[in-house]
Design a protein around this ligand. Structure first.
Ligand code: SAH
Length: 264
């Protein structure tokens, strides 16, 4: 049973009296090449713990279970529980939880996130996994193309979202994925995005507390992004002069190193 076959998906949905719910952001992957690419890029090891968000009918979950040690998968839609028990019955290394991923507290010391995530919760979900003390080592996720592009922006075109990711890791758009690779096809194109999270041994590593300090300062500056920093970060003028940041600059032009020099 290949879960990326459209006819299989339709048959499963019909058998259980289900339909894809827009409210849950349900767009099921129907392209084998993309499925294989996600698994390849996630670079799974037989010792890896994986957390997946939004398994849907289990198409990606199954591949993760084949290649990793254990998969914990979080699905909000209770209707899919009996489906997943059935489609994933052959795999003993999967824990299926009927739970809202936005209310999940990761507790694993070392794990990877791999998922085709619901697009309506992309940024809160990424922030949840990056801002916790128990961060994944990497996140390999299918997201809306525009969001992936936005996340990958660096100075002088930073956004709050790209900064939120850049303080914790290096992001990369792996490849674009057309809307036709999903059933039902969403209105927008998608992309495989990967974030490699900095480990304490990495020169770019910033402690969570300090990173959050940068983000709260940056949010203040970005709330009026057309204004010069001298107008938005009035309490930091001395510090900016001290570290050599021109007061007329705008927030999107600052590098992580420069933000760091403001809170250090
Ligand atoms: N991974 C599957 C399904 C992707 S659709 C595939 O590639 O085919 C997104 C999935 O996320 C749906 O199954 C949807 O029910 C689930 N979902 C939506 N919001 C969620 C949330 N807050 N927490 C966990 N799962 C959620």
């Amino acid at each position: 049973m290949e879960l990326y076959n459209l006819s299989t998906i339709k048959a499963i949905l019909e058998k259980h009296g289900l339909w894809a719910k827009k409210y849950f952001g349900q767009n099921f992957l129907i392209n084998r090449e993309i499925l294989e690419k996600i698994v390849e890029m996630a670079d799974l090891k037989s010792t890896d713990e994986i957390i997946e968000i939004g398994p849907g009918l289990g198409v990606l979950t199954k591949e993760l279970a084949k290649n990793a040690k254990h998969v914990t998968t979080l699905e909000l839609d209770a209707r899919l529980m009996p489906v997943l028990k059935n489609t994933l019955a052959d795999y003993k290394n999967i824990t299926i939880l009927n739970q809202d991923a936005l209310r999940f507290s990761p507790a694993l010391k070392q794990y990877k996130v791999v998922a085709n995530i619901p697009y309506n919760i992309t940024s809160p979900l990424i922030n949840l996994f990056l801002q916790t003390d128990y961060k994944p080592t990497s996140m390999t996720v299918l997201v809306q193309k525009e969001v992936a592009e936005k996340i990958c922006l660096i100075e002088p075109d930073m956004t709050v979202l790209s900064l939120q990711v850049a303080v914790f890791g290096q992001s990369k758009l792996i490849r674009n994925v057309s809307a036709g690779c999903f059933y039902p096809a969403p209105k927008v194109d998608s992309a495989i995005l990967q974030i490699q999270i900095y480990q304490p041994s990495d020169p770019n590593f910033i402690e969570t507390k300090k990173a959050l300090k940068i983000l709260s300062l940056a949010k203040k500056a970005f709330s009026q992004r057309r204004k010069m920093l001298s107008n938005t970060l009035t309490d930091y003028k001395n510090q900016m002069t001290k570290v050599g940041i021109d007061l007329s600059r705008r927030p999107e032009t600052l590098s992580i190193k420069e933000w760091l020099s403001l809170v250090d």
